[in-house]
Write a protein that binds this ligand. Structure first.
Ligand code: NDP
Length: 252
């Protein structure tokens, strides 16, 4: 029977490449995101598009129900959807900081809750949580982002111990600089906080670096992460974490 994988954040970057990679490994792949128009390219390649907002419980529940109804199983969950809400800790509006946790941590955690019952019943499955090197290292102006990714690390390590007796693997992926839309979106968030900020000079310097050609040149293509995820899901005993890509020196 064909195995089924769900990849969140499949409309761009790492998720898009990961969906392709898992399909090439023989999985029936569902690619989830809010921008379903951006999933059409993958749909043309046979990857099943799924409208999902990881801040919306009903949307996540409906997505999982659809996959189970259509294929009867979810063998691999890749929790990849995420973004960087950059800005000085003092400046980021608290509602935006909460949203950063909703997407990067609570969406990931809720999907884990939703896939586990059928993985436990089958005594197999792999949960891949995309953290970041920013889940191990920290830089100024990334405090809220780092907090979410440090949370993903601790959550994933506890989860691994809980579900190991049920034959379920938990893998953490820690990308370094990867060439996707991520850095531009993080720089947008950072610059939104600049007006009237006591940190304005640092914000300008960091945003400039994030958008620089020099950084773009050092970034790896998203396929390096997709390849690592492919290795993780096919290994009989995967490593607990895969750290790939360059680590920027502190930006300020
Ligand atoms: P992109 O910005 O290229 O892609 C992000 C994806 O997340 C999009 O498909 C987007 O889809 C999805 N997403 C964002 N918010 C939501 C939401 N509320 N609900 C559902 N999907 C959402 O970034 P990357 O591919 O680079 O990032 C993927 C992961 O890798 C993230 O968790 C990121 O933090 C992590 N990472 C990336 C690094 C890099 O250098 N690129 C470095 C370290 C970690 P849509 O907007 O259509 O919903």
């Amino acid at each position: 029977m064909t195995k089924t994988a769900l990849v969140t954040g499949a409309s761009a970057g790492i998720g898009e490449e990961t969906a392709r990679k898992l399909q090439s490994l023989g999985y029936t792949v569902y690619g989830a995101a809010r921008r379903t128009d951006r999933l059409q390219k993958l749909a043309g390649e046979g990857i099943r598009p799924l409208a999902m907002d990881v801040t919306d419980d009903a949307s996540m529940t409906a997505g999982i129900e659809t996959i189970i109804a259509e294929t009867g199983r979810i063998d691999v969950l890749v929790n990849n959807a995420g973004y960087g809400s950059y800005g000085a800790i003092e400046d980021v509006p608290i509602d935006e900081a909460r949203r950063q946790f909703e997407v990067n941590m609570f969406g990931l955690g809720r999907l884990v809750q939703l896939v586990l019952p059928q993985m436990r019943a089958r005594k197999s499955g792999t949960i891949v949580n995309v953290s970041s090197m920013g889940g191990k290292l920290h830089t100024p102006l990334g405090g809220w982002y780092h907090a979410t990714k440090f949370a993903v690390e601790g959550f994933s390590d506890a989860l691994r111990m809980e579900v190991a007796p049920f034959g379920i693997n938990v893998v953490v992926i820690e990308p370094g600089g990867i060439r996707t839309e991520w850095a531009g979106i993080a720089a947008d968030h950072l610059e939104e906080t600049a007006r009237g900020s006591a940190y304005a000079p640092q914000i300008t310097a960091v945003a400039k670096t994030m958008r620089s050609e020099a950084i773009a040149k050092r970034q790896s293509p998203p396929s390096v992460i997709a390849d690592a995820i492919g290795k993780a899901v096919t290994a009989r005993r995967p490593r607990t974490r895969y750290a790939i890509g360059f680590t920027a020196k502190p930006l300020i």
